[in-house]
Each structure stands twice: as structure tokens, then as C-alpha cells.
Design a protein around this ligand. Structure first.
Ligand code: SF4
Length: 556
């Protein structure tokens, strides 16, 4: 196949069309034009369209957007609503209590509620208008290195039209080698190309372990008269039920235009209970009396899931290698206490763009010339990330200890009781079932789904518009199936069947022989990467399926 592989060359290649890459590409083109420099810039995206793989809360702090596109409203930025007032509630199983105050880092007045999918689609049009060559439907499959085997020289996109056994079919299209002087990786959380670079060039050496949360989100069409018509608050956050105080995470509901609401539950993947089922928790959240009152009479329009990199400042990897840079979620650019990563990701892309311009002026694309760490340190981005440097560790503490740490961090500008609080890898946090006192083993009541406002996992997958060509190599590699059905079953009862929000992993137990089999439904995959992160044995590797496959988000 290699001898027919086409090569295309650009000056700069962005991988992934999230807010980081698009802000970076727009800023780069504007800087180049202002300096009369001709740059050939490309951007590849594995989703079928720009925005089709993008899901987030999403409340946008416009600080970076104002720097990038000062007249963004006039330029048609798709804003669903301006935040009028924040509301913060503690939920018990039946009641809700309004918090006496909203922590200052969660003040969102002046921010905008957006659909991230629509927002990046709008940014994509602007980037294209500035001359960026945008290629949706192209999955970066392999990092290309130069003769020294250390300098990134581009990315190979995935082949299309191979069957399950990797045999080319009649419609086979070989992937393309996209070569660039600079490749910018903005793949989002747990990028697979970044993982490959990390194995070779150890970009996380000396850094704290990245940790993650998984969010499941829906957009709900509400009746004309709804909670937001009578309420001032349109930016609601909750904690407590259903996760309790020993599992970190919480819920949100935001007003969207046209009588819609965005609603979601975020669960920290440091959770310990192997029986916890992310989707069941999400439905329990929706059924809480307070939440169900807000969404009553509604209909789920779209559903999605993704992970969030929440470790913050101490988990930022080396920001550059020879020929390559890391931006956005890939580089831990999340303000965890504020629950926001869009503006921070955008700013990282913009700082990267300024550094790339400088590297072009010098004509050198080494780790030193591409490292934008000094710009980050001098910007507002550093201040935001640094304040939350121990936040993920604090919220992963159990019970009231969590509030003690958060309180002290609040008063000490993020330093807290220990600065550089240690953190455990998410994959290592599950407690073996043999060590859980049996009355404490979590059991879920069977849910009644109405298929309208409360939909089951498979309907949720349908509503995410996820599509994968069935006859292609499985993009989820389970390295040892025996380990799954023996050791993992006996220790944790196959938690992949519960942490995957899309029913990709199913355990079949033969009634007579009691033989166990793990069945995979990769066509359901929402590309959230939870399985690769949370699997306690590191037995699952997520790889990119054929370009253009996956979710088809339009409004989440
Ligand atoms: Fe997420 Fe993995 Fe399930 Fe796909 S298979 S939806 S990446 S947990």
C-alpha cells in the first residue's frame, strides 16, 4: 500500500478541529497576513464535519474570543444565551438546597452559553475564509518522524476501504502523508497521536499523571412554558446526589435558545466503586425531583459523551518536541475550579500560533523554538491554570475532607494544605469487589425509559447520530480477552460494561456452561476514550476508526 501513498506538504498542520486548533489556525493566518507572510496551513479532523465530534458543557468565557475576534457578535458567533445568573445547588436524593454563595471562580455573568458543536463549525468557516485548508473526514493515524526518529514531520491519515481483516476492498483509498514544518496536535483528551509521541519522546516525564472526568450530555427541547421562562438563573450547577460525596462530579443545566436546555452529568474517573454505571447515574440525575421539574414535558434531541482532562497545571506535558506542539485538552488546558476549558484551549492555540510565527522568522522548528511555555507563563492563562493546580486532587478526596481541601485552596490561591498534592492514575482507583462490604455493593433499580425524555443507552447512541462502517478493522483493541472474562470479571465484574456510556462492551454468560465472553459493539463508540483511561488493567487501546466515522453532533 505504501508505494501509492500520496504526499502533500504544508507549512503548518493542525490535527483536530476543536477550539484550540481553530483559534490557533485563525490567529496564525491573521498574524501571517499582517506580516505579509504566505503560509500554507492545513487542518485535519476525524469527524465527518467540523463540529461533529465536539461536545462540551458549554459556558464560554469570551476572554480569548475577544482577543481573537473582537467583534464576534457582529461576526455571527452562535450564542445560545448570555448567562443571566448562576445558581448552585446541593442535591439530596429528594431535596435541593441553594448554596448560600457561588464560588467566585464559578461566576459566569458575562459568559455565553453555546453549543460547542455549532461554535467550532462557525470558527471553521472563519478559518477557511482566511485560507486554512480544512479536511474533515481525515483521521490522523500515525505520526511521521524525520530521519533522526525524533522530529515530527507530519501525520499519515488512515486508509479507507479496508475490511475487518485489513484487506483492501474495491473502494480502497490509501491514507495520505501530510508533511509539515510544524504539526500542532489539538486532538482533545487522550489524543492517540500524542500518546504515540509520548511513548517515544516521554513528554510527560517528570509531570503529574493526567486525570480525567467523563461527561454525558443532552440537549432537550422544552415546552414553550418552562423553568427558564420564569427564572433568572440560566446557568445551574449541582453537586451531591446522585454521586454522593465520595465520588467527585456534578450536574449542570443551561438554557439554550428556542426553548432548549443543555443538561449533563460529569463524573470524575478517580471513582473507586467498580459497580458504578455512568449512564445509570446520569439517568438518576435527570430523575431527581428538582431536575425533572426543570426538564418536564421535554424531549431529548441529541446526546453525547466525552472525557475532560481535569488535572490542570502540574499535568501539562512538555509543550513541544522538534517539529510539533501540543495545545488544548491534549496539553491539560482546563481551568478545573471554573469547570471551563474552551477559552483556555483557545488561548493555548493562540500562544502556539505566536510561537510558530517566531519559529518561521528564525527558520528553525526545534523543541526550543516551538516551546510556547514562556508565553503561557506570561499570560492570563497561567494565572487561571495555576489557581486550579491542586483542585482535581482536592475534589477526588472522600466526604468532608474534600471541602476542607477546597476551602483551604480557595483561601490560599490554590496552594492548599499540600502544594503538588499527589494524584492517583484513574485506572488504579477501583476497589476490588472482594474488598467491598457486600451491603455496600451498588445495585441499580431497573429504569423505566419512556424513549422521549428518558432514553436508554442505545437510543442515546442513536441520538448522537453515531455511525461507523461495520466492515472495518475494530478500532478498539482489547489485548487479552481472557484477562477480561477471568481476572477482571472476578475482581471488578468487568467495569467496562458500566463505564462505557454507549454499550460497546457486553458480557455474555452462557446459561448452561457459565462460559463468559466479552462482546464488542464498536459501531456504537462515541469516541469518549473512557475505556482506555479507566480500564484497570490497561487492556484496552482506543485507535482512530476510518475518517468520517463516529458521532454526528450538531447541537450538543
Ligand atoms: Fe467511550 Fe470507549 Fe465506550 Fe467508545 S468504547 S464510547 S471510547 S468508553
Amino acid at each position: 500500500m505504501d508505494n501509492v501513498r500520496e504526499q502533500i506538504e504544508f507549512d503548518v498542520l493542525f490535527v483536530g478541529a476543536g477550539p484550540a486548533s481553530l483559534a490557533g489556525a485563525i490567529h496564525l493566518m491573521k498574524l501571517a497576513k499582517s506580516q505579509n507572510i504566505d503560509l500554507e496551513v492545513a487542518l485535519i479532523e476525524k469527524g465527518a464535519d467540523i463540529g461533529s465530534h465536539t461536545v462540551s458543557g458549554a459556558v464560554l468565557n469570551p476572554i480569548a474570543l475577544k482577543e481573537l475576534i473582537p467583534d464576534y457578535r457582529e461576526a455571527g458567533c452562535p450564542i445560545e444565551a448570555d448567562v443571566r445568573r448562576d445558581e448552585f445547588y446541593f442535591l439530596t436524593s429528594t431535596r435541593h438546597y441553594r448554596a448560600p454563595f457561588v464560588p467566585k471562580y464559578m461566576h459566569n455573568r458575562g459568559s455565553h452559553i453555546i453549543s460547542l458543536s455549532k461554535f467550532v463549525s462557525w470558527l471553521g468557516d472563519i478559518a477557511e475564509g482566511l485560507g486554512v485548508n480544512i479536511f474533515p473526514g481525515f483521521a490522523g493515524k500515525e505520526v511521521l518522524f524525520g530521519p533522526d526518529d525524533r522530529t515530527v514531520i507530519g501525520v499519515r491519515t488512515g486508509d479507507k476501504g479496508v475490511d475487518k481483516d485489513n484487506v483492501p476492498k474495491a473502494n480502497f483509498e490509501a491514507g495520505i502523508d501530510i508533511l509539515a514544518k510544524v504539526t500542532v496536535f489539538g486532538e482533545g483528551p487522550r489524543g492517540s497521536l500524542q500518546e504515540a509521541i509520548s511513548k517515544k519522546l516521554r513528554i510527560f516525564e517528570g509531570k503529574m499523571q493526567q486525570v480525567f472526568e467523563t461527561g454525558i450530555k443532552e440537549v432537550i427541547q422544552l415546552p414553550d412554558t418552562n423553568y427558564f421562562s420564569d427564572s433568572l438563573g440560566n446557568d445551574i450547577h449541582t453537586f451531591g446526589y446522585p454521586l454522593g460525596l465520595n465520588t467527585h462530579g456534578g450536574g449542570f443545566i443551561y438554557e439554550m435558545k428556542d426553548n432548549r436546555a443543555a443538561l449533563g452529568l460529569i463524573v470524575g474517573l478517580s471513582y473507586q466503586d467498580p459497580m458504578l454505571d455512568l449512564y445509570e447515574e446520569f439517568i438518576r440525575f435527570k430523575r431527581h425531583p428538582f431536575i425533572s421539574e426543570v426538564i418536564k414535558g421535554g424531549r431529548v434531541m441529541e446526546q453525547g459523551a466525552r472525557t475532560i482532562v481535569s488535572g490542570g497545571y502540574y499535568t501539562i506535558p512538555k509543550l513541544a518536541v522538534g517539529g510539533g506542539l501540543f495545545i488544548g485538552s491534549s496539553a491539560s488546558m482546563l481551568n478545573a475550579p471554573a469547570l471551563k476549558g474552551i477559552h483556555t484551549s483557545m488561548k493555548s492555540g493562540m500562544l502556539a500560533a505566536e510561537t510558530i510565527m517566531e519559529a518561521f522568522a528564525k527558520g528553525r522548528f526545534t523543541q526550543e523554538t516551538l516551546n510556547y511555555g514562556h508565553r503561557l507563563e506570561a499570560s492570563w492563562l497561567k494565572k487561571e491554570l495555576y489557581i486550579g493546580r491542586n483542585f482535581a486532587q482536592a475534589v477526588s478526596k472522600k466526604g468532608l475532607a474534600k471541602f476542607l481541601h477546597i476551602g483551604v485552596q480557595y483561601l490560599t490561591g490554590g496552594r492548599g494544605i499540600f502544594d503538588k498534592m499527589p494524584m492517583r492514575e484513574d485506572a488504579k482507583s477501583l476497589t476490588p469487589l472482594t474488598r467491598v462490604y457486600s451491603p455496600h455493593v451498588r445495585l441499580y433499580e431497573k429504569q423505566a425509559y419512556d424513549g422521549i425524555l428518558y432514553v436508554d443507552k442505545l437510543t442515546g447512541v442513536y441520538l448522537s447520530k453515531t455511525r461507523h462502517r461495520e466492515d472495518q478493522p475494530c478500532h478498539l483493541i482489547v489485548h487479552d480477552l481472557d484477562l477480561c472474562v477471568n481476572t477482571c470479571f472476578e475482581t471488578y465484574q468487568c467495569p467496562c460494561t458500566r463505564f462505557c456510556p454507549a454499550n460497546v462492551y457486553e458480557l455474555d454468560i452462557d446459561e448452561k456452561s457459565r462460559e463468559r465472553k466479552l462482546k464488542l459493539n464498536p459501531a456504537n463508540c462515541l469516541h469518549c476514550k473512557t475505556c482506555e483511561i479507566k480500564d484497570p488493567y490497561g487492556n484496552i487501546t482506543w485507535t482512530c476508526p476510518e475518517g468520517g466515522d463516529g458521532p454526528g453532533y450538531t447541537i450538543v
